[in-house]
Design a protein around this ligand. Sequence first.
Ligand SMILES: [Fe+2]
Length: 527
Amino acid sequence: MSISRRTLLATGALAGVAIGLPATALTKATAAHAKTLADPFTLGVASGDPDHDGFVLWTRLAVEPLAEDGLGGMPDRFIPVQWQVATDERFRHVVRAGVEFARPEAAHSVHVELGGLLPGREYFYRFRVGNHLSPVGRTRTAPAPWTITSALAMAFVSCSQYEHGYFTAYRRLAEDEPDLVLHLGDYQYEYAKDTYNIPGGNPRDHEGPETRTLANYRQRHAQYKMDQDLQAAHAVAPWLVVWDDHEIENNWADEVPEQPDADFLARREAAFKAYYENMPLRRTGIPRGIDMQLYRRIRWGRLANFHMLDTRQYRDDQGCGDGYKDCPAAVDPARSITGAEQEAWLLDGFRRSEARWDILGQQVFFAQRDNNSGPKKVTSQDGWDGYVASRDRITRGWMAAGVRNPIVLTGDVHAHWASDLKLNYDDPASPTVGAELVCSSITSGGNGTDSIPSAHPFLSINPHLRFYNNQRGYVLTRIDERQLKADFKVVPFVTTPGAPAYTRASFVVDDGVPGLHQTYDRPIDPA
Ligand SMILES: [Fe+2]
């Protein structure tokens, strides 16, 4: 590269609709190349990790997104990508602009990390390469650190298996125009086609083999990002993303794969690199070998702290070979699902919190779900039930810190659930100390069915569980200083496109009163 980024930022920072970069600022070859490219904006745009004065903008260039080498048909050279941020959708009032280089070693992904913007504001952004303009994305900054006045509309999602259906729930979420979206993992799945099938067959297929190499993961990310419904959801609001297992491999635990695999660490490194390249993450998340810093805290003024957790990278291996088991290891106090460092960071965050709501954005079921009605305790060894001492330390930690309103958000289980959180789940008289909201999948599992929640056996065995629904969808919350309201949204089908979305049930948590109150219950459709 013959010219510094600083020079380009200075010359490229032109206000107005025309964001022409002087060709003299680039080598002639590079400028010429950018002009002859086909439309490289096939993967959409995204933004993420807002703070009170900025956010990350993301795109990735690909002219042949499904290319087997994962490089999107892009030339083996850097490409200058101009970007603009405006206060209006038509870019009449451009407030920031510049150039970043999309590099082949990062699969031509671009991360623009911005500061210096105004708090609590809506912004629009777009990119340009040669004559090609990207779609326009909407994003926003978090409110100023000391403010609590405005309400937040936040949606959270998980488990979007491309093969199991159309991403209609992402489209409906985009139409709700939330301020913030949390993805709690299983953004993509590792399988080759015809290995993870729903009854009646998958309506769509993965491209390529089971993902193991960097090329595989890059190609898979590209296939997902090509989906127009997913692109709409990214373009509507900033996202906070955390992975679960399938971004790497089913039920991995730290350095332990599901099945013995001598190459697992190389696989993990490849998956982490591709994940960073394809997500709107800050540069603190750039992976270093097999490590990637994913857990982090996002502050939404004094209204909410989002403690985004990573319960995969540091956990002890699942006890008793995983699965639903009555497993002695589950209560071993030496075992952890977060690792000691992340646990200390979280407890410290509780102690320092001045937020009205402390929200844990994380992967796996937090409350106890015993599936045995007798004295045996048969629980999932992959969730917090497999790491009871971890759950206890976190719960007691927020109580000791006097956290005002602890809320746990969860994905993974492909069904909507709502639960009161208890200090002792085996004693129904034990005080309620928080609430857990679990979102169903976007598609994983296929269409699903509606049912009477109390008919699920878990609800009678575990009286703290308050709601269950096995349809696809997302959860839309509205959070203000007095109340958190959660609408459990469902789409009645995903194996064909175009489903409507409706609210199946609503729950509220009132400020200072731990636990859920149901405020709406939609009657089941007569079949
Ligand atoms: Fe999943």
